[in-house]
Design a protein. Structure first.
Length: 204
């Protein structure tokens, strides 16, 4: 790798871990020119060390198995966990403010589509681990099992999902034209006179 470079991209993703690599792929599949900058010498971040059980409400495998995961039950569950001090099961947004509610709602509505897209493009094939319960499943809301997916080629012990996911996601990035630079720590965000982000500076 060159010690310095100057280039233009539509999207720069800071971090090549469990969030950064899928984000880079989604953006690339929309037609953007994408660069991933990772501060470490290898990809994966903390996700590389993780079991990588990823939590997808109302996922396609659940629906295929006849497991119901209603939107209201999901939203009550996440509202109680994320904002217990304001949680109200009888309130229209269960005690969440409008922004918080819309973010939680987006997870229920979009996470499964994202997981299916990643799987269909061989970036993150999965297997459904239906019996695994949610954390705090004892709270009693419906749909407390069935939301966990795991990288398809992971070991039966499900201990190596992070390594498998990092491999398949990074291979898909390189296959589909996402540029990746490791050993590049983003140090500064560059703004224009309107306060809009127009670039970053990274240190090698």
């Amino acid at each position: 790798q060159a010690a310095t470079f100057d280039a233009e991209y539509d999207i720069v993703v800071c971090g090549g871990g469990g969030g950064g690599l899928p984000s880079a792929l989604f953006s690339r599949w929309l037609g953007n020119k994408v660069l991933v900058l990772e501060k470490a010498g290898t990809l994966g971040g903390t996700s590389f060390k993780a079991a990588y059980w990823y939590w997808v409400p109302n996922n396609a495998a659940m629906r295929k198995a006849g497991m119901e995961d209603s939107k209201s039950d999901f939203l009550k569950y996440v509202a109680r966990l994320s904002a217990p001090q304001t949680f109200d099961p009888n309130a229209p947004r269960y005690g969440l403010n409008e922004w918080e509610y819309s973010m939680c709602e987006a997870i229920w509505e979009s996470a499964s589509d994202g997981a299916e897209l990643l799987a269909s493009k061989d970036a993150l094939p999965y297997r459904h681990v239906a019996p695994v319960p949610d954390y705090f499943a004892e709270m009693g809301y419906k749909g407390n099992t069935g939301r966990v997916l795991f990288p398809k080629d992971g070991a039966p012990t499900m201990s190596d999902g992070g390594r498998v996911a990092t491999r398949t996601l990074s291979l898909a990035c390189r296959r589909d034209g996402v540029d990746i630079k490791t050993g590049h720590r983003v140090q500064k965000v560059i703004l224009n006179d309107k306060g809009e982000v127009i670039g970053v500076e990274a240190k090698v």
